[in-house]
Design a protein around this ligand. Structure first.
Ligand code: PMP
Length: 353
């Protein structure tokens, strides 16, 4: 007998990148930044420690104001959450009736089917193209009268590809305004592309669009758990209402404000990661790897048998993220870590010959 709903018995589980206690092993499995938080952010956290006897500001007024200023909107357009994954769960819980459908690309972020199942809904997985890109036409065609939400992950975890503004604008024009469209931009800070999505323009036009951002990636704050949604005020208000009470802790609120205050430095760091990404992918191309066009801080090796690649990575003391049967995702790390992954990939390529 289970204490929980029967339909949750087969819930897929989130496989986190394995932490290692061996300092010689480099973890490239969770798309984290290879840099610790900026000194100004660490100072903001330290300053907050002496007030931890108090609850945090439940409405995160200062943080929402700072986010709003960053995006050029009013703070009633902002809702914050305990990591963006918590916001995804809340949106789906609030949007889905039992038996409803949530449309997303696949492969995409593994939390989507879990959050969908928890909301008693069904995930409709629309395969990505051979280039690892969202097939937005097929996603629009997958919409039925049971569709309760659509998730577009751009850049997409794990394939790294991003949708263009023109393609997303066309897609949104096709979707009924009664269906929430979640645009998950966890990795957008690493996108360097023509026609990058201008979410502010799309938000102004589409009241059903919800844009998600996180401090976990570009801002080096994965350990603090803070993310946010941008949406029309009525939607954002609902997201604040259904939010976990005091869900964003006081240190996270302070750190996130300091992170936005340090935008220039954060951008410079993302530039470093992007430069490494381009170097690594060019070297891998020379070795014969066809990596999808990554706009994120990771890259995707599509392969059905992941074991030999994992073994090569292990020999070079790197932990990567395997999706059995589909491929391997590797984060961009320090130049030294990246050299190790190139060496491991070269060894793997040689073993196939
Ligand atoms: N969206 C995507 C696409 C992700 O890959 C992740 C983290 N792996 C998240 C959201 C969640 O980020 P967090 O909860 O740390 O904000």
């Amino acid at each position: 007998m289970s204490l929980f709903r029967e339909d949750l018995a087969n819930l897929p589980s989130y496989v986190a990148g394995k932490p290692s206690t061996d300092p010689a092993i480099i973890k490239l499995s969770s798309n984290e930044m290879p840099f610790e938080p900026l000194p100004s952010i660490q100072a903001a956290i330290t300053e907050g420690v002496g007030s931890l006897q108090e609850y945090p500001d439940m409405m995160a007024v200062k943080l929402r104001q700072r986010v709003a200023k960053f995006h050029g909107v009013d703070s009633d357009w902002v809702a914050v959450s305990n990591g963006s994954v918590n916001m995804i769960e809340k949106i789906l819980d609030a949007a889905c009736e039992p038996g409803d459908e949530v449309v997303c690309a696949w492969r995409s972020f593994e939390s989507y089917p879990i959050a969908t199942a928890l909301a008693a809904a069904l995930t409709i997985k629309v395969p990505v193209t051979d280039l690892g890109e969202h097939d937005l036409d097929a996603m629009a065609e997958a919409v039925t009268d049971k569709t309760a939400a659509i998730i577009v992950c751009s850049p997409n975890n794990p394939t790294g590809t991003a949708v263009t503004h023109a393609d997303l604008a066309r897609f949104l024009d096709r979707i009924d305004e009664s269906i929430p469209v979640i645009l998950d931009e966890a990795y957008i800070h690493f996108a360097r592309m023509e026609d990058r999505v201008r979410s502010d323009e799309l938000l102004a036009k589409h009241a059903n669009l919800i844009v998600l951002r996180t401090f976990s990636k570009a801002y080096s704050l994965a350990g603090l758990r803070v993310g946010y949604a941008l949406a029309h005020p009525a939607t954002a208000e609902t997201l604040r209402t259904v939010g976990t009470p005091f869900g964003v802790n006081a240190l996270a609120q302070r750190a996130a404000i300091a992170a936005l205050d340090a935008t220039d430095k954060v951008v410079a760091r993302t530039d470093d990661v992007v430069a490494e990404r381009e170097r690594v992918i060019a070297e891998l191309a020379d070795l014969g790897f066809a990596i999808p066009r990554s706009q994120a801080n990771f890259m995707w090796f599509e392969m059905t048998n992941v074991e030999p690649f994992l073994a090569a990575a292990e020999r070079h003391r790197i932990v990567v993220r395997a999706f059995v049967g589909d491929g391997v995702r590797v984060s961009i790390g320090t130049p030294e870590a990246n050299d190790r992954i190139i060496a491991a990939a070269a060894e793997y390529a040689k073993s196939l010959r």
